[in-house]
Design a protein around this ligand. Structure first.
Ligand code: ADE
Length: 269
């Protein structure tokens, strides 16, 4: 069980994403609890101002410290509480990753503060936040979508959230490789056919093919991931085969954009 508290200026944005699919089921099973807090409700003045002009001038608005401090206070004494982490979503944070999602899933409670406007008063970072996370090197209009991404990726690691046959730990991404190509019925759609090996019923051959295509796809699209992953002796043999196929069929560069490669069918069997 994990509890998320999300502090936001736009609580309405969270209405549907957590009410569908796996996350809704996880909430019904009490595996995941999500509480949304409207920062504006904690603004002291009659206009409910949550932002203000920056000291020193310049454009844009800055999120005020007081409403966020009060919102945090309202959800309980968090500073020294075990297993609690207060996270600010900001493009200046540490880059989010599968590994980070796994790490956060070990917490009992995550408080996610969604940044907005040109930024937040630095005292929020200094005194109210334990960690800062960015979901990628691009700038969103606010931290809300980033918070949703974090809730989703972290929840997958909570036991019982995914079905029995699935587990976040065995995701091929967790293993450091991209997924192999998947197919479902029909076996023939016009001229587009499913690779013969998948219809063969030979499980050893199918496993080998899938591993090879996983390696092929990772090599082509994300060589950085391949360099970091732990490869077995069998993997190294498969990579040699892929390399050899690349030389006889086409140059590796031209195959990156080839639709044949995208379907994972190049140079097979
Ligand atoms: N707020 C705006 N852009 C963001 C990003 N890339 N990650 C997290 N929070 C953000």
């Amino acid at each position: 069980m994990i509890r998320f508290d999300i502090l936001t200026l736009f609580p309405g944005m969270f209405e549907s994403p957590f009410q569908s699919s796996l996350l809704q089921k996880a909430r019904e099973k009490n595996l995941v609890e999500i509480h949304i807090h409207d920062i504006r409700a904690f603004a002291a003045d009659k206009h409910r101002m949550a932002d203000d002009y920056p000291y020193g001038g310049g454009g844009g608005m800055v999120m005020k410290v007081e409403p966020i401090a009060k919102a945090l206070e309202s959800i309980g004494p968090l500073e020294s509480a075990d297993g609690v982490l207060r996270v600010l979503l900001t493009p200046q944070g540490e880059l989010f990753s599968q590994e980070k999602a796994r790490e956060l899933s070990r917490r009992r409670r995550l408080v996610l503060v969604c940044g907005h406007y040109e930024g937040v008063d630095e005292r929020i970072r200094e005194h109210l936040i334990d960690s800062e996370i960015s979901i990628g090197d691009y700038v969103l209009t606010g931290g809300e979508l980033a918070a949703m991404v974090v809730v989703d990726a972290v929840s997958r690691y909570i036991p019982g959230v995914l079905g029995n046959e699935e587990s976040a730990a065995s995701d091929s991404f967790s293993e450091g490789l991209l997924e192999y190509p998947q197919y479902t019925r029909p076996a023939v759609f016009g001229e587009w056919v499913v690779p013969e090996v998948l219809l063969s019923g030979n499980h050893a051959r199918i496993e080998r093919w899938r591993r090879k295509e996983s390696l092929r796809r990772t090599l082509r699209r994300r060589p950085d991931l391949l360099a970091r992953s732990r490869l077995s002796e069998e993997d190294k043999i498969l990579l040699k085969e892929i390399e050899a196929e690349g030389k006889t069929v086409q140059s590796p560069e031209s195959r990156v954009t080839s639709s044949q490669e995208e379907d994972g069918k190049a140079g097979l069997d």
